[in-house]
Design a protein around this ligand. Structure first.
Ligand code: CMC
Length: 443
């Protein structure tokens, strides 16, 4: 055990907690840090050096991995804010471009800043023409997330002039490129999967409308974007823009902590988002609703979700942080009605099924006791399907929207003068040292 005693010597007071080793009777005072809001944090950075102990928190349920001024979540109260602005206000009064600016700069833009930012983004919407060849190397039935991971990683090979992370200008250009090109990459992945020609971006359209255009337009006829759908798309992008230190964002930060270039880091984030416990859940929600099929079968699936011997979980329910209705789900629930009304699909059976499932689950003791509420993915799938997206594109849209959050968090980390490579420790449970056994003596 290390013998340094600086923490032992730190004065005890209301800004410290005392750690006592009951075995030896030794004690150490550890500093408490306070953020603007949220739980206080015990500073254990010097714990090993001072006490010889590590902390044990395998899935980081009680560990603050960084400090950040981008996003605040109060999971108990169902609160989500970006730089102080509530997600409800942003979804109602703002748009995705403004939210991108807010996440990157910490303030809402004034008119001139907004114009300049939008110009910077639209300037980068096209993809290097040579990158188009990559799509043709993928099997036609590839999952678009597989294509997305590959294409975004490949950006490192094409945009060398924005991979020097020590140069603030290059960091900014890389950020703009990633936000701008993601819709183009996503729409092209979709077009490739259905055998339609790629549609180039149109910079006269809003970010969301341009994405719908690249996804659904064909060269042989006019494509009219329904304003209600463009607005709903934009709102979905806002709701998914950032969510502090979730699995994919932490992945981006860890990848970036080694000094890796931003394109490689965002590709790592996309890979992490793909899993069904994270971004892949919206695809899984729709598959689950289709499998349930009718309201009569809901109780059967609720029972399965409660059965510890059955791996089935109610997709779109529960959250590591929210122990309350996910505020994003509440906004999307409303959006869902607006979209279905606009499309004349209010009687969509899946919506009725989802509402009934939600009603029954929210009254069930198991879900009540465990504080399992609908999360952002519960309603997004229904909206996206009504808009015409296949389920395989759902997580792609999440990745597209989350790119700004990943980029903002990556930038914040790189710009922190104290940042170091991330290197968690472990509780080793394997064999202790033993002698090498030659082959002829092995059983
Ligand atoms: N259905 C049934 N039981 C559940 C569910 C669910 N959807 N979610 C959690 N539980 C139970 C779980 O079995 C555990 O029970 P027990 O205490 O008896 O072992 C308890 O609730 C706590 O669950 P946990 O797995 O320890 O909680 P977690 O924080 O590790 O997991 C989660 C959070 C989101 C992975 C989980 O709730 C889940 O798998 N939900 C379904 C997938 C989903 O909708 N994911 C989208 C998350 S929101 C989008 C995003 O941010 O990426």
């Amino acid at each position: 055990m290390a013998q340094s005693t600086s923490a032992e010597k730190a004065p005890a007071g209301k800004n410290t907690v005392t750690l006592i080793d009951n075995g030896t009777g030794r004690s150490w005072d550890l500093p408490i840090l306070e953020g603007t809001e949220g739980p206080r944090v015990i500073d254990v950075r010097r714990l090993y050096a001072d006490t010889g102990f590590f902390t044990y928190d395998p899935s980081y349920g009680a560990t603050a991995s960084c400090d950040s001024n981008i996003t605040f979540i109060d999971g108990e109260a169902g609160v989500l804010r970006h730089a102080g602005y509530s997600i409800e206000d942003l979804a109602e009064h703002s748009d995705y471009m403004e939210v991108c600016y807010l996440l990157l700069h910490g303030e809402l833009p004034n008119q001139a800043q907004r114009r300049e930012f939008e110009k910077a983004i639209t300037y980068h919407t096209m993809l290097h023409e040579q990158m188009m060849n990559f799509y043709r190397g993928f099997r036609r039935d590839s999952h678009p997330m597989a294509i997305m991971v590959g294409m975004v990683g490949a950006m490192s090979a094409f945009y060398h002039d924005s991979t020097d992370i020590s140069d603030p200008y290059q960091r900014m250009v890389a950020s703009h490129r990633l936000i701008a090109k993601m819709p183009t990459i996503a729409a092209m992945a979709y077009k490739y999967s259905i055998g339609q020609p790629f549609i180039y971006p149109r910079n006269d359209l809003s970010f969301a409308a341009n994405f719908l255009h690249m996804t659904f337009a064909v060269p042989c006829e006019d494509f009219n974007i329904r304003p209600a759908l463009a607005r709903a798309m934009d709102r979905i992008f806002i709701l998914h823009a950032d969510h502090e230190q979730n699995a994919s964002t932490s992945t981006v930060r860890i990848a970036g902590s080694s000094g890796a270039n931003p394109f490689a880091c965002i590709a790592a984030g996309i890979a992490s988002l793909w899993g069904p416990a994270h971004g892949g859940a919206n695809e899984a929600v729709l598959q689950m609703l289709q499998e349930i099929g009718s309201k009569e079968r809901i109780p059967e699936f609720i029972e399965r979700a409660k059965n510890k011997d059955d791996p089935f979980r109610l997709m779109g329910f529960g959250h590591r942080v929210y122990k309350h209705y996910d505020p994003r789900a509440a906004v999307l629930r409303k959006s869902c009605y607006e979209v279905l009304d606009d499309l004349g699909k209010r009687d969509e059976p899946l919506l009725g099924l989802a509402m009934e499932l939600e009603r029954i689950a929210l009254e069930d003791d198991y879900f009540v006791e465990k504080k399992l509420f609908p999360n952002v993915d519960f309603y997004s799938g229904i909206i996206l399907q009504a808009m015409g997206f296949p389920t395989t594109m759902f997580t792609v849209l999440f990745a597209l929207a989350r790119t700004v959050g990943w980029v903002a968090q990556w930038k914040e980390m790189v710009e922190d003068p104290h940042h170091k490579i991330s290197r968690p420790r472990q509780l080793y449970t394997g064999y202790a040292k033993r002698e090498f056994v030659p082959m002829d003596q092995r059983g």
